[in-house]
Write a protein that binds this ligand. Structure first.
Ligand code: FMN
Length: 188
């Protein structure tokens, strides 16, 4: 198959479109983040990659806490708005119903089906465009109606997906069970 060299660019599909939160100057502020991921299971670590100039950034550093909120597809418009307006210019503290958990300084969004409150455990600065904040998840809050048999259900959460070409997506069809479908595969 012919390959085109597309340059040294990111093309990792898909990405989550989450909303990270922190208190800035004593008020909740939120920004949309696509560069976010799970790092390890125990203790549970997650990272968000934040451009240096973001208004939210000093709030994460000062409080040593932040939140990661997972919006549903029906929250695409407000998620986009949060990601194109800076707290430098507008007050984003009353767009959502804010709540706090045990960390007390990591504002979370009532309207999002999943919220993770995180304690900042490491800041990684490669001296490039972004600063990477690694957080230990101290508690995950899930809407009760998104649970099936006590477990979070991907279809019910209906997480907003982002692709690098600049579009929001909805989850598609469930394909196969992980750690299972490959069991009987015969290479070659
Ligand atoms: C879909 C989407 C994904 C984004 N991903 C990131 C990201 O991973 N890191 C980042 O620093 N900014 C990202 N942004 C941009 C910020 O959300 C945006 O600049 C926001 O207005 C910053 O808010 P603040 O200045 O109040 O912190 C993204 C925006 C959108 C719309």
């Amino acid at each position: 198959m012919a390959k085109v060299q597309y340059g040294n660019r990111h093309l990792l599909y898909p990405q989550p479109a989450v909303i990270a939160g922190a208190n800035v100057n004593g008020k909740p502020n939120y920004l949309t983040i696509a560069w976010c991921g799970i790092m390890q299971a125990t203790p549970p670590l997650i990272y968000i990659s934040v451009r240096r100039e973001r208004y939210t950034l000093p709030g994460i550093e000062e409080n040593g806490t932040f939140s990661v909120n997972v919006p549903s597809t029906d929250q695409a418009t407000v998620t986009d708005y949060i990601g194109i307006r800076s707290g430098k210019n507008i007050d984003k503290s009353e767009i959502f119903t804010n709540f706090y958990g045990e960390l007390e300084t990591a504002p979370m969004i009532e309207e999002c089906p999943v919220n993770m409150e995180c304690r900042l455990v490491k800041t990684i600065d490669f001296e490039g465009t972004h600063i990477i904040f690694v957080g230990e998840i101290v508690q995950t809050h899930v809407n009760e109606e998104c649970l099936v048999d006590g477990h979070p259900d991907g279809a019910k959460i209906d997480a907003l997906i982002f692709t690098t070409d600049g579009y929001y997506w909805k989850l598609g069809e469930r394909l196969a069970q992980a750690h299972n479908v490959g069991q009987d595969y015969k290479p070659g």
